[in-house]
Design a protein around this ligand. Structure first.
Ligand code: ADP
Ligand code: MG
Length: 353
């Protein structure tokens, strides 16, 4: 799939901008602070329903009251239109002109994988960020996963409220734990399976793209089990502790997965360059997963890619783009050789020239 048109109204430093994109390799170039990352942020907003780097209120152009993002997507020859409007009153989501109840109805329409140079710090910095990142990928790839996650979080919120309420009996918590175990086991199963596949794919890419980082292992430590009855018993055994602390301490909302490079924890021992390399491979593995398992090539959004990787890796990446994306948008301050691209878009002060 690819984004053929994008409209930004009062989004960041864009006032009212319409851009047409071609499939293939699209270069977005311009000096610093002109709006290149803002453009990727807008597209990825349509992928995940929020910004990867700011609160909704900070995305509204200074002095304006709301923003609108619209996109036309071409998927297997079919056209899909998506729209999101945000104002202080909330968000309005539309798909093919029809208003939708929430973003979950848009999720998956535009599949995308984003990599930014700032991301490794957050990603390797905390389990919460890693979990969120994985959830965004899985929610795009599986409606069942998305629904299980939504139900799980609802039940979790109820359980947390009850744990804080005096007089809540063990029986009441049991009932919620049973539900948590049901959805939680499915979430853990999907995380376990996908991380195993992503680990295999990134190991292959590490060789094929000549990243030569060494042996990369993803170690997933689920806070629960793969089967609902045993998961329920797992939670029940730990209920006493949760009642004392007055919130839910166990379950996939506390999951973590860590990366090891040659059996050493990357977070602790990895260099910045190794972290960047591993995270890029992890993201590219997600694109391969979408292509091979779902049969849908995502849009790749790569911010400042070339300032981060040398010319040999760049060349290896070119081949990858041909096979695993219908469209890749790359931002750069230095345009380099424009002949290498299917389209080059120059950005200056919130305007596409
Ligand atoms: N809400 C906003 N309203 C207007 N301008 C904004 C807003 N948020 C960020 N900007 C502007 O966007 C610019 C940064 O854009 P960005 O896409 O990050 O630059 P780059 O081209 O370097 O990637 C800055 O000039 C900043 O002032
Ligand atoms: Mg930028």
């Amino acid at each position: 799939m690819f984004v053929s048109r994008l409209q930004l109204v009062n989004f960041r430093n864009y006032q009212n901008q319409l851009v047409s994109f071609s499939p293939g390799k699209v270069l977005i170039y311009g000096a610093n602070g002109q709006g290149k990352t803002n453009l990727l942020e807008a597209i990825y907003y349509l992928v995940i329903g929020k910004s990867f780097r700011g609160k909704d209120s900070s995305l509204i152009r200074f002095g304006a009251e709301s923003f609108f993002l619209g996109a036309k997507i071409t998927k297997d020859g079919q056209k899909i239109t998506l729209g999101i409007e945000y104002s202080g009153k909330g968000k309005i989501f539309t798909k093919n002109g029809q208003k939708q109840k929430g973003f979950s109805y848009l999720l998956g329409s535009l599949k995308g994988v984003l990599f930014t140079p700032d991301e490794p710090v957050n990603f390797f910095g905390s389990p919460t960020n890693r979990r969120k990142s994985l959830d965004l990928f899985l929610a795009q790839t599986s409606k069942t996963y998305l629904l299980n996650l939504i139900y799980y979080n609802k039940v979790l919120a109820n359980k947390n409220a009850l744990l804080k309420q005096p007089g809540t009996t063990e029986n009441i918590i049991d009932a919620w734990d049973y539900k948590l175990a049901e959805y939680g086991a499915e979430i853990i199963k999907e995380r376990e399976k996908s991380l195993r596949v992503l680990n295999e794919l990134l190991t292959e890419l590490n060789d094929e793209l000549k990243f030569l980082l060494g042996k990369i292992t993803i170690d997933y430590k689920p806070q629960g089990t793969l089967e609902k009855e045993s998961f329920y018993r797992f939670l029940k055994q730990r209920q006493g502790e949760e009642r004392i602390k007055k919130f839910a301490l166990f379950g996939p909302h506390r999951d973590d997965f860590r990366f090891y490079l040659n059996d050493k924890d990357l977070k602790v021992f990895g260099s910045q360059g190794q972290k960047k390399g591993v995270l890029l491979l992890f993201k590219l593995a997600q694109a391969v997963y979408m292509t091979k398992i779902l049969g849908e090539k995502p849009v790749l959004l790569l911010d400042d890619l070339y300032s981060e990787f040398d010319s040999e890796k760049r060349r290896a990446l070119e081949g990858f783009f041909l096979n695993f994306s219908e469209q890749v948008l790359i931002t750069a301050t230095d345009p380099g050789d424009l002949k290498n691209y299917d389209q080059a878009v120059l950005i200056n002060d919130g305007l596409v020239l």
